[in-house]
Design a protein around this ligand. Structure first.
Ligand code: NOJ
Ligand code: CA
Length: 724
């Protein structure tokens, strides 16, 4: 017995050894590990016995992603899933700095360890695939590359099978996987609860196309039971469909799910080419997730030679009044069956058209008086009577104004007031129509001094059968940005695919909506925790045109009939200018409401939209965020803090201020008796002296926030004030 045991142990060891040698030599199997520059993260890659590429990720010795397979299924050709051997690996470290044109930081450090693995499929004509990993201190990026090679030129991706094997039943902040819309409300749950919650989470939205199996969209924000924050998304989505994540709610495995095209294919590829980066941002501090620049670092620098015309924009618009019932309309006429070649001047005016000369002039006056850069005018062009619901191709021509909007007169008036008009191109998701008219539309803008356009893609896409997030539309949005650059025009897209850091490469694609924004406050409301989640999800990919600044939060004020409200306090709306980063920010409320609260409005007038530095002071997804930022090129700082439906006390420190100097802080706070649903407009404004040593514990009401501006002051002003 004894002898037998020893013998079998030895033979087992021998067997394992032989197998190992066999595998190493026959398949080229080697596990290779790289670590992040700070050594906190480690990535291990290997090709397993079936020749399947497998990776795993650890953070401070804890598993983040357990061994997970990589690969792609190709149409009518052998897959890129197995039968690989490692041909060559290369490792390198990169450490550089770069300056974004606009951003949250003046300088961004791009510091990573790279592992490039060249794989080969001996049984498939030695087809080649490269997997490139970049391991940063704040996470991992990797992508598939398809080099030029003798036996592969064109191929169609049936599906990408990138796996993310999570380590447990994490908490997740999610919206349902959908090929056409990202305007869902967030649900917070355990991964294991997704099956029971999916139906409710997939409430009706225009043009929705939910994924049939269990899937969520990226950026997907998760938190493990032991306090690790994990964010999965993608970077540099170019010439490829957007990725959602299939979820296995029992094994906690996620896997890539690409958006199909009209005939069910996923990606049309021609070597040499590559997929977008798959990104996993990891930290044990939620603040570091918000501070991560990994996605930007994985995008290419801009190829535009002259970027001097791309500038931050603070704007107002003939806009919110379309959403608060009974005010005004995009449409001019009462007609309902409309064609572009009709004579709109013969239409019967509905009496509520918003974009009239008179109304627009008053917005221009307001913008000029209060220092805004631009006025957005929606509903200026013909076609709105009949723009939605009929899957109609030629809805708008983007150049013909309604009879009561005089393009020349408004252009000249805006110019005399030192204000820009912002163009609006609602495409009604008819991308084909927009592409055909694009050059004429941009030339028209150029001729009339418009330097920025808000685009929109409400409805089902034309070409019919395509999706907002498919490869063709991904190419469309980039095409629009590139053509716009030819005319020195900036783009703010609504209802486009979620951003992936492309504002580095195409900086005139200055912001996007691509999530549930303020407009939804008039369509059922946004949960008080919504904006504590967005920076951890949607904003990971880029700036959001959230359209904050609503002061009249009780919407029954407009005789809407229902019990509708904006689900925040007034001061929380101020905080958004700091917590929701964007170099393009709207003051979305109508001028009358700003006139009623001039002291609070002062913060919106003052706040910067472009920054030298950002200090993420406190954060917890779904609960609260406190951020301080230094205005670009100025000795001014702005602080914003928000909470969910629970009141809290924010802890604010000012240690980023230059040592030994005194500044005047103006603190906008919820009143003690304020709350989002009972007393949203109760606030206080106070001034005090702050230094780098100051500390402040600031009360925030339920559904509330606070905002602080910090500026230099003269001696007499300072003397009258107390220290914080
Ligand atoms: C949806 C956009 O998000 C909104 O801002 C716009 O006013 C409407 N579409 C009409 O274009
Ligand atoms: Ca929208």
């Amino acid at each position: 017995m004894f002898y037998h045991t020893r013998f079998s142990l030895k033979s087992k060891a021998n067997y394992v050894f032989t197998l190992l040698v066999f595998v190493i030599f026959s398949q080229g199997l080697q596990a290779q590990t790289i670590t992040s520059p700070d050594k906190n993260l480690s990535l291990t890659f290997e090709v397993n016995q079936q020749g399947i590429p497998v990776y795993q990720l650890q953070y401070k010795g804890k598993s983040v992603i357990k061994p997970s397979k990589l690969g792609l299924e190709i149409k009518d050709q052998p897959s890129f899933m197995e039968g690989f051997k490692v041909d060559k690996t290369e490792e390198k470290t990169v450490d550089t700095n770069w300056e974004p044109l606009m951003g949250e930081e003046k300088t961004i450090r791009n510091h990573y360890t790279e592992l490039k693995v060249a794989l080969m499929q001996p049984k498939n004509n030695n087809r080649q695939l490269i997997i490139r990993f970049r391991l940063f201190n704040d996470g991992l990026g990797f992508r598939y590359e398809f080099p030029k090679q003798p036996n592969l030129n064109y191929f169609i991706i049936k599906e990408e099978h990138t796996e993310f094997q999570l380590t447990g039943n994490h908490k997740i902040f999610w919206i349902p996987g959908d090929y056409d819309t990202n305007e869902y409300a967030y649900t917070t749950s355990k991964i294991g609860e997704l099956p029971e919650l999916m139906e409710e989470a997939t409430a009706y939205i225009t043009a929705q196309h939910p994924i049939e199996n269990l899937a969520v969209q990226t950026p997907s924000m998760m938190k493990t039971d032991d306090g690790l924050y994990i964010n999965i998304h993608e970077a540099a989505l170019i010439n490829y469909p957007a990725m959602s994540l299939n979820v296995d709610a029992e094994t906690f495995k996620m896997s890539s799910h690409l958006t199909p095209d009209a005939v069910g294919n996923k990606g049309y590829m021609q070597t040499d080419t590559q997929t977008p980066w798959r990104t996993i941002v990891v930290s044990d501090k939620a603040t570091e997730i918000l501070a991560s620049k990994l996605i930007l670092n994985l995008n290419e620098p801009t190829k535009y030679k002259d970027v001097s015309w791309i500038k931050p924009v603070k704007y107002i618009g003939v806009w919110w009044e379309y959403f608060v019932a009974g005010k005004s309309t995009w449409a001019y006429g009462t007609e309902t069956n409309v064609k572009l070649d009709q004579d709109f001047s013969k239409f019967t005016p509905n009496g509520k058209h918003g974009a009239t000369n008179e109304r627009v002039s008053s917005y221009i006056d307001f913008a000029s008086k209060h220092g805004f850069d631009a006025v957005l005018v929606e509903g200026w062009n013909i076609g709105w009577e009949d723009w939605i619901g009929n899957w109609k191709e030629n809805v708008f021509d983007f150049v013909t104004p309604y009879p009561d909007f005089d393009v020349d007169a408004m252009r000249d008036y805006a110019a005399t007031k030192g204000v820009q008009l912002m163009m609006h191109h609602e495409t009604s998701a008819s991308a084909s129509n927009y592409e055909r008219r694009l050059d004429r539309a941009f030339q028209f803008m150029k001729d009339n001094n418009y330097s920025a356009v808000k685009t929109g893609y409400v409805g089902q896409i034309i070409p019919r059968g395509e999706h907002h997030d498919g490869q063709s539309m991904v190419n469309h949005y980039i095409h629009v940005a590139e053509r716009a650059a030819d005319y020195q025009i900036m783009i703010n897209s609504h209802e486009a695919v979620r951003p992936t850091g492309l504002h580095r490469t195409y900086p005139n694609w200055i912001a996007q909506e691509s999530a549930r924004g303020t407009e939804f406050e008039t369509m059922g409301g946004l949960d008080p925790d919504h904006t504590t989640i967005l920076p951890f999800t949607r904003l990971m990919g880029g700036p959001m045109d959230y359209t904050p600044g609503i002061f009249q939060t009780d919407l029954t004020y407009y005789n809407t009939g229902g019990n509708q409200r904006v689900n925040t306090t007034l001061v929380k709306q101020l905080a958004y200018y700091v917590t929701m980063y964007s170099p393009l920010q709207m003051a979305a409320d109508i001028p009358d409401n700003y006139e009623r609260f001039p002291d609070a409005f002062q913060f919106i007038k003052d706040v910067a939209v472009d920054w030298d530095a950002s200090y993420i002071q406190e954060a917890e997804p779904g609960d609260y965020i406190t951020i301080a930022r230094k205005a670009k090129g100025k000795n001014e700082w702005y602080v914003g803090g928000i909470t969910d439906e629970n009141s809290r006390t924010a802890t604010i420190d000012f240690s980023y201020l230059p040592k030994g100097k005194k500044y005047i802080a103006t603190i906008y706070a919820d009143a003690k008796n304020a709350s989002w649903n009972k007393n949203p407009q109760a606030y206080t404004v106070r001034k005090a002296i702050v230094t780098s040593k100051s500390k402040l514990n600031q009360y925030i009401a339920p559904g509330g926030g606070f905002a602080i501006s910090i500026k230099e002051g003269n001696t007499s002003e300072m003397k009258a004030l107390r220290k914080l």
